[in-house]
Design a protein around this ligand. Structure first.
Ligand code: PLP
Length: 365
């Protein structure tokens, strides 16, 4: 029996979304191409160049270099790899290179540290879930290969102070990596300082397959200077091309083609409109949850966290709502492009009904 993919009508926890129709169509057309072998597949290879140009526009970078990765995880791993290789060749010390990251950083950096043999040093965040700069200053030294700043954290949608992190990175000759995997397609329409034009950012993760509305897999790794990619390159004797900087070998052209299609269609006006819709939805939901008496973390970007009783959270999941929680146990709702006001209204109605049920006194004899 042929199985159908699930619908998105109750999905509030995901950072993936329905691809834009032009992205879906492009993904289907380029499904059987391999940008990992650019000499043999030149069309998808030139589309990848376009993807990087477009990502550079989104992230304020002239002459961008990089590639379309499988997602934010790969982009983060590769950024750490760049920093490790650079540290190995230039470091004043033979000690294990370290990566300094706020505790709000994505778990993909734990994988990076594990695979690459670097030490991950987590620094605390402040009361508003942004990295504590004093703690970063106290943590860095000559072993620091990279500082990570998050532009749109996974749990609370917060943006670390990227220019200040850049200053600290420069003071110890470390690279600054910005993880904008989720935030990169909404931040251009805010006042936040997060991108290459705002700070000495060296590398960035920015994923078309999240708020960029491309089909999965379409992550993005951008580097300010093409020589940073050389840290990753290996020779490729049996291919028509001579070297490869990606982590995977064969890659689907679907992600590349769909990223170009989505960005060509939506940058900048379509993304701006989507950001406004998503942000308005997040603010509406935050106000509704606050009115129901829950503690809410203000949505600075389209992501709402609120302190719901565990039993209510579980009851919502049992009725089919796909919701997740933060490490501290708050409900976390990501207002992705597929999340509509109507959907959120049904969610709040379901929540309200559960709360009324639990308040109804049981009959006594
Ligand atoms: C900030 C951030 N970075 C990286 C990732 C990992 O991205 P992916 O799941 O595409 O590998 C995520 C995923 O949600 C994320 O929120």
């Amino acid at each position: 029996m042929q199985r159908e993919p699930q619908t998105f009508d109750r999905v509030l926890s995901s950072m993936c979304t329905t691809p834009h129709p032009v992205a879906r169509e492009a993904a289907e057309r380029f499904l059987a191409t391999n940008p990992g072998d650019p000499g043999t597949y030149p069309t998808i290879s030139s589309l990848e160049d376009e993807a990087i140009e477009l990502l550079g526009e989104v992230a304020g970078l002239d002459d961008p270099a990089g590639y379309v990765a499988s997602g934010g995880t790969e982009a983060n791993i590769q950024a750490v790899r760049i920093a490790r290789e650079r540290a190995r060749s230039t470091a004043a010390t033979a000690e294990t290179p370290t990566v300094v990251m706020p505790e709000s950083g994505h778990f993909s950096f734990q994988k990076a540290a594990n695979v690459l043999g670097v030490d991950l040093e987590l620094v605390p965040t402040d009361d508003d879930h942004r990295v504590d700069l004093e703690a970063v200053r106290a943590c860095v030294d000559e072993t620091t290969a990279m500082i990570v700043g998050v532009a749109g954290t996974t749990e609370y949608g917060r943006v670390d102070p990227i220019p200040e992190l850049g200053d600290i990175a420069q003071s110890v000759d470390a690279l600054l990596h910005v993880d904008a995997a989720w935030g990169g397609f909404v931040l251009p329409f805010t006042d936040h300082e997060w991108q290459f034009g705002h700070a000495p950012v060296d590398t960035m993760a920015i994923d078309p397959h999240k708020m960029g509305q491309a089909a999965v897999p379409a992550g993005g790794l951008l580097v300010r200077d093409e020589t940073l990619l050389d840290e990753l390159a290996v020779d490729t004797p049996y291919l028509e091309s001579t070297s490869q900087a990606t982590l995977t070998g064969t890659r689907s052209g679907a992600g590349v083609a769909s990223a170009v299609a989505a960005m060509t269609e939506l940058w900048p006006d379509g993304y701006r409109e989507q950001y406004q819709r998503s942000q308005a939805n997040a603010e509406w939901l935050a106000a509704e949850l606050a009115a129901l008496g829950y503690d809410v973390v203000e949505p600075e970007l389209p992501l709402v966290a609120a302190d719901l009783p565990q039993a209510t959270f579980e009851a919502l999941r049992e009725t089919g709502w796909r919701i997740s929680s933060t490490g501290s146990g708050e409900l976390r709702v990501v207002c992705m492009p597929h999340v509509t006001r109507t959907q959120l209204e049904s969610f709040v109605a379901a929540l309200d009904a559960l709360e009324s049920e639990s308040e109804t006194p049981t009959a006594t004899t």
